[in-house]
Structures are given as C-alpha cells and as structure tokens.
Design a protein around this ligand. Structure first.
Ligand code: ZN
Length: 419
C-alpha cells in the first residue's frame, strides 16, 4: 500500500539533507506497513541494508518504531529476520468538530484509529465566537484528561471548519453553519487558549473526509481525484498527486453551492437559489417524489413520500427494482449530479470522482445511469474513461481517518523528528 505515494515522496525529495529524507522515507513506509525487516525495507526503498540498519536503530531509539519479534520466513542463510513496526501511540492526533450547540473531540493514534471521543454540549448563542472557541479549547483539555494524555503526547490538533476556510492562513472566512463574523483567525485564537504548544490546523470538513480516499488502495495509482460528499449539506475536495489542492480563498471545495438549476425557486443556506446542495438534499428529493403521485397514482413509493414516511434507502431500493416513480425521481437527481460533474470535469479534468454520503447507498441504478449520462453528449463522450465511484469509507469514518491522516502526514514531514 502507498507505494505510489512513497515513490512520489522520494522523487520530490531534495538532496539537501539526505539523512532527513532517508529517515522520513523509512518512517513513512512503516506508517503504511504492518511489520518489516531490514531486508524488506532495503528492497522497497532502494537503500543499502547498512543504511537501513542505521536508520532503524535511530528510529528505535526515538521509539518511533518498535521491535516486533522474528519473522516466520527464513532469509540470509536461514536466520529468522528481526521485524519492526510503526509505533502508533508515539503521539496522538486531536480533531475538533463544532456542529451547532456542541463540541466534539476525537482522539486518534498515528494509524488513524479512533481511541477516544468526548462530546460537550454548548449552551451559548450561535453568534458568540469567543465563547464557542473557549468551549472548544476546554473540551480538548477535558478530552485529554479523560483519555489520560498530556500536551507532549499530542502531535497536532485539527479543527474541522465549515464554509469558506483559508487553511493556509488559519482563517475561517465565512462559516455557513455558525452566525460568526467573517475572517476569524481561528488558529491564532485557538492556540492562545490551549494550555500546551502543539501544531494546530484547520481544514474544511468535507475536504478532510475526502483525504481518507488517499488511503484506499484502489486510489493509489490515481493522481487526480475529486471527492464529493453529499447529504443535507454538500462539499468535498480536489486532490492532485496525493495531496489536497487549496485555492486562493477557500472556495475550491464548495461544490454544494454550484448552481445546477438557475430557474429553481429553492433557496440554499448560502443565500442563492438552485444550488446543487439544495437540489439533491434528501428533504427536497423525498418531497419531489411525493409530488409525482399525480403522475403515478398507484405508486406505493409516491404515496409513502407524500405522507412523509419514505426514506432515501427505500427510494434507492425501489429504483434498483425498476419502480417507475422511483426511477423518475432518481433520474432528476442524476440530472443535477450530471450538471455538477460536467462542471468539475471542465474546471479540474480529474481521473476519478468519488461520491460519499447519502447517495453512497444508492446502488446500481443511480451509479450506472450517472456514469452514462455524464458522457452522453459528444464533447463529454471523449472523457468516457472518467471513473465515477462510491467511496470506500462511510462519512463519519472518513472524517476521522482523513483528519488524522492529514495531521500524521504533517507529523512525518517534520524534520525535527529526525534530528
Ligand atoms: Zn448554496
């Protein structure tokens, strides 16, 4: 796993500091592997066994890797090789999520495994940004105490932002879900409230969920991916050469607010009408399915939708069985996805589009028809090899995996680790 990524790191390494780069390369390999011997590492990274033995010794001394017993297979004249493994609890990653009236803190190890979670209800006005981030900082401290770790055991804190996030400068430019003022220097503010020094990052939550796609073995050889998360709210990210693409102002992943129907009267949370987010939101889709009852008076699906008892899963199942009303409803959804995906193709020309969230469970009717509709006109038929697929991870799992992997990559890149 991750050979492509590791190779890309090797290629991008500057020879300025060979020691750092070699140690970084070996530690990165350990992050993705289970157990490795000196010979295996030597083969995979193309460095001599003598060099690897020295690096392994250094990493062992720092406790970044651990001894993992002897291998089963014999090598080097029948001797069982000594094995080593990444130390996932060398430090921990903290993720802070700020949904309405709540602070959620997740603690993950360096292998992106969730080890503890802590939720605190917040009883302050939505617009009170200073109190909100004070509560978030308090919740981080409480979560760490609860789990039993101190500041030195934290390699990074990541805040999941919503709306327009400038991750480069650590600023929330515009929060869609909180009534906060614009252009808040949240990283600076948050750092001043945490009682320990740790690198702090902010990224859009949708982008972090997409970041998990980079750990999917299926995506290792794919260099340009667009991740689209769809639910009551939509977002995503653009990834090129195994890394996130950030624009100049944080707008890049706001796919939900591309207007797919300029004639729609449906208002979006962003203030516009006919945005993708609102056109494919489960509430709107189920309501529209109910409106099809006049056209399909015998449809149990339309009837259930009209009475407010239909679920998206039931709609998907009916479409997959060919129920005409469900198919017509899903055809409308496919139309909005097609408008968005064609825009993505023109702006970013990706190799693959990955869909996560509500429609991840839609099955073959949705996916097969979406794939064919996107390439159904002469211009787009030229890009018929565009991959469109469902994400391997579910949304909640993806956020935890993606956010921790994001911080872990920063951790592995830190040269101070290799001094
Ligand atoms: Zn919008």
């Amino acid at each position: 796993m991750a050979e492509e990524f590791i190779n890309s790191r090797r290629k991008s390494s500057k020879p300025r500091n060979i020691k750092y780069n070699n140690q970084k390369l070996v530690l990165t390999l350990f992050r993705y592997a289970d157990k490795l011997s000196v010979s295996e590492i030597s083969e995979r990274v193309g460095l001599s066994k003598t060099t690897i033995t020295k690096i392994v010794g250094d990493l062992l001394r720092k406790k970044l890797i651990l001894s993992a017993g002897k291998g089963d297979s014999t090598e080097e004249g029948g001797k069982k090789p000594e094995l080593f493994t990444f130390n996932p609890t060398y430090q921990y990653i903290i993720m802070v999520n700020l949904p309405s009236n709540q602070v959620q803190v997740h603690i993950m190890d360096l292998k992106s495994r969730l080890v503890s979670q802590y939720t605190q209800e917040v009883e302050i006005p939505e617009s009170d940004y200073p109190s909100c981030i004070q509560c978030a900082a308090d919740a981080v401290v409480a979560a760490m105490k609860n789990f039993g770790i101190i500041g030195q055991q934290v390699c990074g804190v990541i805040i999941c932002g919503d709306g327009i996030v400038d991750s480069t400068h650590g600023v929330i430019r515009y929060s869609v879900h909180h009534s906060w003022p614009r252009n808040l220097p949240i990283l600076q503010d948050f750092a001043s409230l945490l009682p320990f020094p740790a690198p702090i990052y902010i990224e859009n939550g949708g982008a972090l969920s997409g970041y998990a796609d980079l750990l999917d073995p299926e995506n290792q050889s794919i260099h340009s991916i667009i991740h689209l998360s769809v639910g009551q709210h939509s977002g995503g990210c653009v990834m090129k050469d195994h890394d996130l693409q950030n624009g100049s102002h944080g707008f890049m992943s706001e796919f939900g607010h591309i207007i797919v129907d300029p004639h729609s009267s449906l208002s979006c949370i962003c203030g516009a009408k006919g945005c993708f987010e609102v056109m494919v939101s489960p509430t709107v889709v189920l309501r529209r399915t109910g409106e099809l009852l006049t056209e399909y008076p015998d449809s149990a699906i339309a009837s259930a939708a009209k009475s407010g008892t239909l679920t998206m899963e039931e709609l998907f199942a009916a479409a997959n069985e060919g129920e005409p009303c469900a198919c017509q409803s899903m055809d409308q959804v496919i139309r909005w996805f097609t408008v968005l995906i064609r825009s993505m193709v023109i702006f970013h020309d990706p190799q693959k589009i990955i869909i996560q969230g509500v429609y991840q469970k839609a099955g073959s009717y949705f996916l097969d028809n979406l794939r064919s509709t996107v390439v159904s006109t002469p211009l787009f038929r030229t890009g018929a090899d565009l991959l469109i697929d469902y994400a391997s991870f579910q949304s909640n799992e993806a956020l935890i995996i993606g956010a921790s992997y994001y911080v872990c990559r920063k951790f592995l890149d830190n040269n101070q680790l290799y001094d």
